[in-house]
Design a protein around this ligand. Sequence first.
Ligand code: ADP
Ligand code: ZN
Length: 726
Amino acid sequence: MYIDVLLELKNKHTDQTYTYIVPKNLVKQIAVGKRVKVPFNKRVLEGFILKINSRPKDDIKVLEIIDIVDEEIVLNEELIKIGEFIRESTLCSMSSSIQVMLPKALKASIKTNINKKYQINLVLNMAYDKALSLCSSKKQKEIIDLISDGSALKKEASLISLSSVNTLLKKQIIREEEEEVYRLKEINVLDKQKKVLNEEQLKVFKEITSNLGKFQKYLLYGVTGSGKTEVYMQVIEEVIKNNQTAIVLVPEISLTPQFVFNFKARFGGNVALLHSGLSDGERFDEWRKIVREEAKIVVGARSAVFAPLKNLGIIIIDEEHSDSYKQENSPKYNAIDVAEFRAELNNIPVILGSATPTLEKMARAGKNIYKLLKLEKRVNNASLPNCIIVDMAEEIKKGNYLFSERLMVEIESAISREEQIILLLNRRGFSTTITCGNCGFTYKCPNCDITLTYHKSKDNLRCHYCGYTIFKKNKCPKCQEDLNFYGYGTEKVEEEIKKLYPNLKVLRMDADTTNKKNGHEKIIEKFKNHEYDILVGTQMISKGLDFPLVSVVGIINADTTLNIPDFRSGEKTFALLYQAAGRAGRSNTVGNVVIQTFNKDNFVLKCAAEQNYEKFYNYEMNIRKKLKYPPYYYLVSLKVMSKDYELCSKEAIKVVSYLRRNIDEKSLVLGPTTANVFKVNNVYRFGIIIKYRFDDKLVKVLNDLDKMFVLNNKVNLEIDMSPLNI
Ligand code: ADP
Ligand code: ZN
């Protein structure tokens, strides 16, 4: 027997399988999708069996495999198909597309060794009466009683005496048994109580449930607080009744502990979790739970779209507009594309939900590629919040740099009603830059083309791209004058608000306060329990959180996202403001949102303040059409990267002319330009953009181009087939 093995090699030019021969004693255990250990260039490597043949491809001498790693199949047929889909749609290698789907414990890698966890149980080794008669102490008898009905007793259980256990073991009255356990603990709360769906929810529910078993793409456009989650849960209940399974994707699990909690409470042990906040062991366990069909619902972030559920009945993607569904590193797959591919493969519905759908999705709903479903009212008829735009240029004249008069009034009145406040700022740290007023010196990252951010709690300056850190000095290193602080971040806002209202309790949530395990959960829980009055945070607090007592949301500086040089900056700003505003007044309180800006006449801000998606959509579509951007055109982004500036720019020019010569003449090639952040980690980056509508030649041209750079170890080419950021 011969097998084709896909090895754990990362290089693109080794994207091929290798043939090995299977020794007789292992033949029985061989199956496509299992991992094997094989010799390769004097090393031992792991790889996946992709094909079984009765004879070798060529006459070459083939080597024997060393061992089989798995008892059960790791890569089932569906995963192999998904792997091929990712390879084709992102132009990556098969081995990287397969590895990206799997938890670390199951990737082909000779180095990792993540094992199942076992617990030792105590069980009776003889009949109960006989055991009892052999006991020599009361403590021993107690232990016998505990396991008399055959129930397992954990050896490390705290209530029992270890010396008695050891005596019983020695006398062979009881024995130890190993039991495989899962690391992730179940929650004890069960709340199976369904909500009675309102009219709008019911309509959506009926539409979807009457199409189970069909491939249908839905866009569920539901305002914040319209009860999308309840609809998801009731639809899933129907799916489960049909003996099928479900995948639910959320942007970032750590930001949505309530979402997970609700699912676990409703569906109990049927729910498995897959996300990056889990340890490798936990992920491995959750994956096995799914393979063994013990879990019917998988809730997770991007990579949960690969969950090896059998009998898939539905895929739901909440907060469809979130950037997090696209993987930033290679392979740059988009979980929404994968979900749609899987839905088609399984002939099932896929639902994309959002209060602020991306223009691409909404435009396609207009063309019936997605069936549009709407939830236009908040549950319990709670009204959408009032939004006010405040002109910070005027405020500064009054000496208000951070908090406008209006925001302060709202904060005070919320406090007087014993309600809570969220302050949002899209920048962590204390101040943005430190500059010398005398000679103009600023601290910049030596590796990246960006200024360093001051963090007061650690009194250091950090690069938010590469992590480069230095301690701050009080005097300018160049001219020895005093240094000035410019701009502000979450840390500064926290400090200033504490100065302004010393009696209020203020909590901060950003990448710096949440880097420990469960950091988000703890902050969210404390705030939800009303242990704090004000939550200051970056955009991570704008997503999906449901705090009933929050009545005021202050956007400290709405301009930060607006000024990002990206054609989607308007869309991102709108979504951020709309979602953040949606945190206010979700139950009985009326929400008030204060948007502080230096661009008070900006149309996008106005649409956000009016919470008017349609108005924004029409305005922005018009711009996209004029400027030939998605959804009117598709984009490809290419980055040419090198430590050698001259070489990099030369190669980038060559790439552009190669593209212009070879792709469809109607497609546009822009660039090369220096990328947004021109230098990261000492690597220079030139960007090229292709805009196209229909281009049969494109994929082949890009593949050819890619191959030309594979062997070039001075210059790298990175291709992103549908970039979210350019
Ligand atoms: P969305 O995801 O659309 O922002 P949620 O699903 O978080 O909205 O719902 C907002 C709140 O309304 C939640 O606390 C949820 O439990 C509650 N809710 C949802 N549907 C109903 C209903 N039919 N009746 C009563 N409460 C509901
Ligand atoms: Zn840096």
